[in-house]
Design a protein around this ligand. Structure first.
Ligand SMILES: [Zn+2]
Length: 431
């Protein structure tokens, strides 16, 4: 299959952050040509890029995809109460059918809002993997480990099932990459974390976990183990370049340096943090200053309530300006970097994803800039972060395959996905 996109404004996100009007030619999963001059070739799909902007597909570095089924189910509640009365009772009822419906809904939403790759951690991850491949997105899928067990497995089954999951999906060179996902340092014992470190080492897979999301979590870990979460991860062998920490809202300057030195990645989830009122501010200026790897995440749709990374980019840019009383903090280009090349780095994919360059995998999105809220346009990157929305995405291409063109999805049955999600959501919540 080949695709030619002509006369489009290209936001390359390459090392020099070059932008220019030109053409992009995609064949066999790969970006073959990117240039200013016209490319004369016959293509299966030819897209006229006039009035449009092409950029690398956005990368969501932290989510729990099937939680789309819990979108809007329990807003404006205190975190503990929300978990105890809304989330956990419903999660206990999850099964393959509901996971399938919630995953499809999340995948459809991501295709529609320009996310081409995501790092997930949830339950029934095999089902999530199957749905992801079917829809055509790229997923770094975390097998969740939590000491009191999951809706799918008993505590004593978790390690062997985790290894089975990794063996099933590792090295298949496809859209799915398996990841080990201990839930956090307050729900996993030191022994569990150590075993996860061993699994990561043995199978050469990434680790995805929650870290210092709330003040309560930090003091809880401190009280039980005498150290803060970052130190706990370090002691158990999980502070290294293979680890991706979600949140880090309550980390110290010393911990920022430790994370940067170790080469671990941070997934910043400003919308979820603000909605749950976690109170901490991920120290973005310090992380950037220390050269740490930063990506952006939405977290699950239950605490966001969308998977729209354009919205997340805007919040990421605004929250730190407001907090620091400094509008120069978190500039648009830096935030776009988090959502593209930064996310790719956090997933160790920067040589294959995160920019529009010849030889990289063709994960691309095209936005329609012929919209009232995108006129006039003095600075495309400014518009991408501060004015554009997920619904401005005109086309989504993953691994050289178009998943949506002209807002028409090609790999999923739109009506069926919406209907199944509605049905499964009602079944789970009993509403
Ligand atoms: Zn999360």
């Amino acid at each position: 299959m080949n695709i030619l996109i002509k006369d489009v404004w290209i936001v390359s996100q390459d090392a020099s952050r070059k932008q220019f009007k030109g053409s992009v030619y995609v064949e066999d999963e790969v970006i073959q040509e990117v240039r200013q001059e016209p490319i004369a070739v016959e293509a299966d799909y030819e897209i006229n890029g006039e009035g449009k902007v092409l950029l690398p597909g956005l990368i969501n570095t932290h989510t729990h995809i099937p939680m789309t089924l819990l979108r809007g189910y329990g807003d404006d509640m205190v975190l503990e109460e929300w978990l105890k009365t809304r989330i956990w009772p419903v999660e206990a009822k999850l099964d393959r059918e509901s996971i399938s419906a919630g995953t499809d809904l999340g995948l459809l939403e991501m295709i529609f809002s320009g996310t081409t790759c995501f790092a997930d951690m949830y339950f029934f991850e095999d089902t999530i993997a199957e749905r992801t491949i079917k829809a055509g997105l790229r997923g770094f899928l975390g097998f969740s480990l939590i000491d009191f067990g999951t809706p799918e497995f008993k505590p004593e089954e978790l390690f062997s099932e985790c290894e089975k999951f990794i063996r099933r999906w590792k090295g298949k060179k496809g859209l799915v990459t398996p990841v080990v996902a201990p839930h956090s340092s307050y729900t996993c014992s030191p022994e569990t974390l150590e075993r996860c470190a061993e699994i990561s080492e043995e199978h050469d897979v990434l680790v995805h976990t929650h870290c210092s999301e709330t003040q309560h979590e930090v003091s809880d870990v401190q009280r039980r183990y005498g150290v803060r979460p970052v130190e706990q991860f370090k002691k158990t062998g999980l502070l290294n370049k293979k680890t991706l920490f979600a949140h880090c809202g309550w980390i110290t300057k010393g911990e920022v340096r430790e994370i940067a030195r170790a080469g671990a990645g941070v997934s910043h989830n400003p919308v979820s943090n603000m909605k749950l009122a976690t109170g901490g501010f991920t120290p973005i200026p310090e992380l950037v200053e220390s050269n740490a790897t930063v990506g952006l995440g939405t977290d699950g749709a239950a605490s966001n309530n969308t998977l729209d990374l354009f919205e997340t980019m805007k919040f990421a840019a605004l929250i730190h300006k407001h907090h620091r009383w400094d509008p120069c903090v978190a500039p648009a280009q830096q935030v776009l970097d988090f959502a593209t090349i930064g996310g790719a780095k956090a997933l160790h994919m920067e040589d294959k994803l995160g920019s529009v360059e010849e030889g990289k995998l063709a994960d691309l999105i095209i936005l329609d800039f012929e919209k009232p809220h995108l006129k006039p346009c003095y600075d495309v990157v400014s518009h991408l972060v501060y004015a554009a929305r997920g619904c401005d995405v005109y086309a989504t291409i993953v691994n050289g395959k178009p998943l949506m063109i002209d807002r028409r999805v090609l790999t999923m049955n739109y009506e069926k996905v919406l209907w199944s999600a509605e049905e499964q959501g009602l079944r789970l919540t009993g509403e």
